[in-house]
Design a protein around this ligand. Structure first.
Ligand code: XMP
Length: 473
């Protein structure tokens, strides 16, 4: 049967995000209460539908930790040794699901100094820590009288490292504090958790596994069983990382690889109905589909080779193949070319469960690339994994890495620096919730059913963008 392909009303036209608009539908909920949770693979759930690309200027442990804390998930790139990838994955699994910050007061501080510190950190309460022990707790109101810090202290507010965010919020409420001191099993102070970081309001609940640890994915090549076996000891799922998986050798290797790992393997990249059928008939089980060929912002495949399966169109193709072959509950990840929150919801309307982004996340502080100043503007370096720079790193690291192509299919460049990931993600998710609201969907699954497209004309596109204003005021 055809479901998703028919939604795109012109046959033979490989439409992209900007070629369509979503039609409004009857809204039943306020955007803020729309459920953004979804699955990234058959058995792994996340709370916001955003996945970061496995690219060496996008996802290492720092970004994966930050994204999972916000409810999404990062996929650690594979342009490093197996050992380094295992360690990056482990770092995410070992990280606390909320930030733990090493702020405390020293018993020798005067009350004025303590007050200045609390003001600087914008906190109401902090522990007093002496030689690694929490010896008391200070709140601003107690400092007003002046005097020795230790005489103004209250009893410590503490919890073991590894406590859940909900447990910490409960302790803070009981004690009327905005922080809790976290201590290890020997009662040594590790840092504080703050109420402001425990943003447990949906949808930004951390994406965690059954044991409360952050969720993380890891990229693998279909031919690297050793890597797959080693990283899947720790990673929640694997993501096959090749530009075009509908390839005889890749599918043969993959059919074996999926039998060797205990976790879901997301297969990609795929771009067509037939390609998806090839993967489905050769690889079992399939943990998810990674879809889109040549749409990435740093991608030059389409230019160099003339071959492309634009993400929106490709998603509809693969979604129908999955439905036709009984894999209707196997998640599809739209990958490449996503610029706006609305693009994520367009991808959902075409059959996707989540969106993978490289450029948008490269712009965050937490991405593993330097901030670069040009004039008085700040940028981050971002490159395709098939670019000259990324390929050079691969060959430097592993001189036996097989060279199967002699051309670059990716470019390197700068993207505007946008600050902390949390700001970027909150903005994006707000836009996704608003878009879901407009199309009358109360969750991501409904978006796949209720989302309807119209092709937009050139003049229509002009009209839906801000227009006819004097912009330079
Ligand atoms: P965005 O648009 O989010 O796309 O920056 C990220 C996706 O682009 C793919 N990718 C590449 N594609 N040559 C390509 O043809 C490359 O060098 C390259 N590097 C990454 C990848 O699917 C990623 O998630």
């Amino acid at each position: 049967g055809i479901m998703f392909r028919e939604k795109i009303p012109i046959k033979g036209l490989a439409v992209t995000f900007n070629d369509v608009v979503l039609l409004p539908g009857k809204a039943t909920l306020d955007p803020i209460s729309i459920d953004t949770s979804t699955k990234v693979s058959r058995s792994v759930s996340i709370n916001i539908p955003l996945v970061s690309s496995p690219m060496d200027t996008v996802t290492e442990d720092a970004l994966a930790i930050a994204l999972a804390r916000l409810g999404g998930v990062g996929v650690i790139h594979r342009n490093m040794t197996i050992n380094d990838e295992v360690n990056a994955v482990k770092a995410v699994k070992d990280a606390s699901p909320y930030p733990v910050i090493p702020f405390s007061l020293n018993p020798l501080m005067s009350s004025e100094e303590a007050m200045a510190e609390l003001r600087r950190l914008n906190l109401d309460t902090l522990p007093i820590v002496d030689e690694g022990r929490v010896i008391g707790y200070i709140r601003r109101s107690r400092l007003l009288t002046g005097g020795r810090l230790i005489e103004l202290a209250e009893k410590p507010v503490m919890a073991p490292v590894g406590s859940s965010g909900d447990e910490l919020v409960k302790i803070m409420r009981e004690n009327g504090t905005d922080t809790v001191a976290l201590v290890d099993k020997d009662n040594v102070f590790i840092g504080i958790a703050s109420y402001y970081d425990l943003n447990y309001k949906p949808p930004f609940k951390p994406a965690t596994d059954g044991e409360g640890r952050l969720i993380v994915g890891a990229a693998v090549s279909p031919f690297d069983v050793e890597r797959a076996v080693k990283v899947s000891k720790y990673a929640d799922f694997l993501v096959v990382d090749v530009a075009h998986v509908d390839n005889e050798n890749a599918l043969t290797a993959l059919a074996k690889l999926v039998k060797e790992t205990p976790v879901d393997v997301i297969v990609g990249n795929l771009g067509t109905y037939d390609g998806a059928v090839d993967a489905i008939t050769r690889v079992d089980p399939i943990g998810g589909f990674r879809v889109g060929i040549a749409s990435g912002s740093i991608c030059s495949t389409g230019v160099v080779t003339g071959v492309a399966a634009p993400t929106l169109w490709a998603v509809a193709q693969v979604a129908d193949a999955a439905l036709d072959y009984g894999l209707g509950s196997t998640p599809i990840i739209a990958d490449g070319g996503i610029r706006e929150p609305g693009d994520v919801v367009k991808a959902m309307a075409a059959g996707a469960w989540a969106a993978m982004m490289g450029r948008v996340f490269a712009q965050a502080t937490e991405s593993p690339s330097p901030i670069i100043r040009v004039g008085n503007r700040l940028y981050k370096y971002y490159r395709g994994m098939a670019s000259e720079g990324a390929r050079a790193r691969r060959f430097a690291m592993d001189r036996y890495a097989p060279k199967v192509k002699n051309i670059e299919e990716g470019v390197e460049g700068l993207v505007p620096y946008r600050g902390d990931l949390a700001n970027i993600v909150r903005e994006f998710v707000g836009g996704i919730q608003a878009a879901l609201g407009y199309i009358g969907a109360s969750n991501t699954a409904e978006a796949r059913v209720k989302g309807r497209f119209m092709i937009v004309t050139e003049s229509g596109r002009g009209e839906v963008e801000p227009h006819d204003l004097v912009l330079n005021i």
